[in-house]
Design a protein around this ligand. Structure first.
Ligand code: ACO
Length: 429
């Protein structure tokens, strides 16, 4: 028998259905609430209790520290899969056959070039422009070059082409952003290379020299991209879905996701973590002082890279990244004092009553910045790398939302402003 929750409101008694997910997660379906109660809505600022959709892409259990894409544990994907394979899985729902994977990869290789006119954008930006601002504009601008993408009812083949273009061009555009900041000429894609190796070559390589990719670094970068691939209905993904629900083009929806990701409470935390660790280091390494500041409610300082809306246990991604950070630093022979500070900070915070009581654990961003820094990425590029990893997740979520024919996202509100009043002329106020 299907479960229901009974609510009573005035004279109305209403049985609301309980829906159950494949992992036995339960939700009260309130879609008939307003109509049946003459206007009653729910309010849940920050959506701490509200599911915005059903979804078959990512499962996470924040209490147990579980994360799976399409059913596959993140630990297995991070160890054995390759980023484009995971991208295919997220977007299409199943792991590809060898044949399908070869076609997917070769389609992406065919579209790595970006229209040369887009280079003119860069003449308008100051040298110190934040890469996330540029990435957002560039991705949205792709819609100008592919006007067919504006039609939400275009064929499946045309929709796939937009997906391929996004996956193929984002690494190229990110490398252009980097070259803008260094003043060096752009390096064109080398389609013989794999996705990550090609990206690292365009980003770090020079036209004057051959660029040799290091397998340990390619593997670490690939793992980081996989770990960032999707994370169900977080702030940026919900943004992509809600913008897409208005039938804005996919390029614009992804650009909106990039904007949301930029914030230091979301993807921008990886940049903020390194800045925090650097500040602790510059301050003489007094970790206790910063722990005290994080606990002080009159101080806006928070321990960046700590805490998560849904993980109330270890973020499984942070565990994998911590091991990778050691591997990369060993390989590069780097002894980074910031890694030592991060480890001590984690050790102290995990024993501190304030953090224990609130279930605050290191999240995905706590160690990722250390790897990016060791690889030579500038700090303000870290969130851009997060966006590159999250791209397949955003695409998958957008596709799922469109295929489900989701209505336009439009929350209700409870108005708390003035009641009706008459306009007063300016000379009488
Ligand atoms: N440092 C100190 N205190 C914290 C921290 C932190 N990093 N995070 C949460 N808290 C405290 C809050 O002050 C609050 O305390 P209170 O109950 O005494 O008022 C309690 O823990 C709960 O915190 P909320 O802000 O209510 O939790 P919420 O789920 O809204 O926020 C968030 C989650 C935004 C991630 C928060 O933990 C945070 O700001 N962390 C630092 C930024 C960060 O690392 N963001 C990346 C998240 S991962 C990602 O998006 C990729």
């Amino acid at each position: 028998m299907s479960e229901t929750v009974n609510i009573k409101y005035g004279d109305t008694s209403l049985d609301l259905p309980v829906i159950t997910g494949t992992e036995n997660e339960k939700a009260i379906d309130i879609s008939k609430l307003r109509a049946s109660t003459n206007g009653l809505v729910t309010i849940d600022v920050g959506y701490k209790n509200t599911g915005s959709t059903t979804s078959a892409i990512t499962f996470l259990d924040g209490e147990k520290g579980i994360l799976r894409y399409r059913g596959y544990p993140i630990e297995q994907l991070a160890k054995d899969a390759d980023f484009l394979e995971v991208a295919y899985l997220l977007i299409n729902g199943e792991l590809p056959s060898q044949n399908d994977f070869d076609t997917f990869k070769s389609d992406i290789s065919l579209h790595t070039l970006v229209h040369e006119d887009l280079k003119h954008f860069f003449t308008a930006y100051p040298l110190n422009a934040h890469p996330m601002g540029m990435l957002c504009s560039l991705i949205c601008s792709l819609s100008a070059y592919y006007p067919d993408s504006l039609d939400p009812n275009r064929s499946d083949a045309e929709k796939n082409l937009t997906v391929v273009r996004l996956l193929a061009k984002m690494p190229t555009l990110i490398s252009w952003i980097q070259k803008k900041s260094t003043g060096h000429p752009i390096v064109y894609p080398d389609n013989k290379l794999g996705y990550v190796a090609n990206f690292l070559r365009m980003f770090f390589g020079q036209r004057t020299d051959e660029y040799f990719t290091d397998d340990v670094l390619v593997d670490a970068m690939d793992t980081l991209l996989i770990l960032h691939g999707d994370h169900e209905q977080n702030c940026s993904t919900s943004t992509v879905r809600i913008v897409g629900s208005a039938h804005a083009p996919l390029y614009a929806s992804i650009a909106a996701g990039i904007s949301a990701l930029w914030g230091p409470r979301h993807g921008g935390a990886n940049q903020a973590v390194i800045e925090m660790l650097q500040a602790i280091h510059n301050d003489g390494g007094n970790i206790d002082k910063f722990i005290d500041r994080a606990k002080d409610k009159s101080d806006p300082f928070r321990l960046m890279g700590f805490g998560h809306r849904v993980y109330k246990n270890f973020d499984p991604r942070a565990k994998i990244i911590k091991v990778k950070a050691d591997e990369v630093l060993d390989k590069l022979g780097i002894d980074d004092p910031l890694l030592e500070i991060a480890k001590k900070l984690e050790e102290i915070a995990l024993k501190d009553e304030y953090f224990v009581k609130r279930n605050l654990y290191p999240n995905v961003d706590f160690y990722s910045g250390i790897i990016y820094k060791a690889m030579g990425f500038p700090t303000d590029m870290f969130t851009v790398l997060f966006a590159l990893g999250r791209l397949p997740g955003w695409i998958a979520q957008h596709r799922e939302m469109m295929e489900a024919g989701q209505p336009i996202g439009r929350p209700r509100q409870i108005y708390t402003g003035s009641n009706e009043r008459d306009y007063v002329a300016i000379n009488k106020r």
